[in-house]
Unconditional design. Structure first.
Length: 241
């Protein structure tokens, strides 16, 4: 079974959790795009939803499918966000931002009562960090920002190359908000909470791709079927179904 088939399986399970009348956040990336495609088909069949996209790419996809769209200015509270992830650990801590939309994704996810993460089994990891951590930064003072990131993260016991993301043309990648993405090649992040707090102390950092305490459910499709992981965040073990 291909990776695209697995993504679609996870998206189908997430779609089954969508109820008529819901206000939804729509994620960004290939797995989220599979969900948006399925949602569009349901909307054509009469499903009543109102959605906030997390990127201009997702907005264009959803609009083309006839999915009703709004903004967080008009609807500041959402019922559910469905999005993908680049890495998921067993505590449902995530690395996101491979598609460059981490700031809007985090804003939309935290404006939602619940967040469902959909992924194929390759995204499950024991320890975060194999996937480079995206950090969204403002262009002004980039050199100073990179130096401060290096200094503060070293104090957290985390070191790795910081690479400013570029397009194929060699031009810097710009987010929908006009910022830059720095991909931090840390390999291993033993204490995501500490690293998250350190990055928040850097004035030039807008946001980082660590999503901690945000995801409520992970739907992970693999060769053995679909696993649903529920987060509790009260100190209990996750429930597996």
């Amino acid at each position: 079974m291909s990776a695209n088939d697995l993504k679609r399986q996870a998206a189908e399970v997430a779609l089954s959790m969508v109820e008529p009348g819901m206000k939804l956040g729509l994620g960004t990336g290939s797995t989220a795009a599979a969900f948006v495609d399925l949602l569009g088909a349901k909307v054509k069949q009469g499903l009543d939803v109102l959605c906030v996209p997390t990127s201009e790419a997702t907005r264009a996809q959803a609009a083309a499918l006839g999915i009703p769209l709004t903004t967080l200015d008009e609807e500041p509270f959402l019922d559910l966000t469905v999005d993908g992830a680049d890495e998921i650990d067993q505590e449902l801590r995530l690395i996101k931002g491979g598609g460059g939309a981490l700031l809007r994704e985090k804003i939309v996810a935290t404006a939602s009562d619940r967040m469902i993460v959909i992924a194929d089994a390759t995204k499950l990891v024991d320890t975060l960090g194999r996937f480079p951590l995206p950090i969204e930064v403002v262009p002004f003072g980039l050199g100073a920002t990179l130096s401060m990131i290096e200094m503060l993260t070293r104090d957290c016991g985390v070191e790795g190359e910081l690479v400013v993301r570029k397009l194929a043309s060699g031009e810097p990648f710009k987010t929908d908000s006009g910022n830059l993405i720095v991909d931090a090649h840390y390999s291993v992040i033993d204490d995501p909470e500490m690293l998250d707090e350190a990055l928040k102390m850097v004035p030039g950092v807008v946001e980082n791709g660590l999503f901690i305490g945000i995801a409520d459910v992970a739907i992970v499709a693999g060769a053995e079927g679909v696993k649903v992981i529920e987060a509790t965040y009260e100190g209990d073990d996750e429930e597996y179904a």
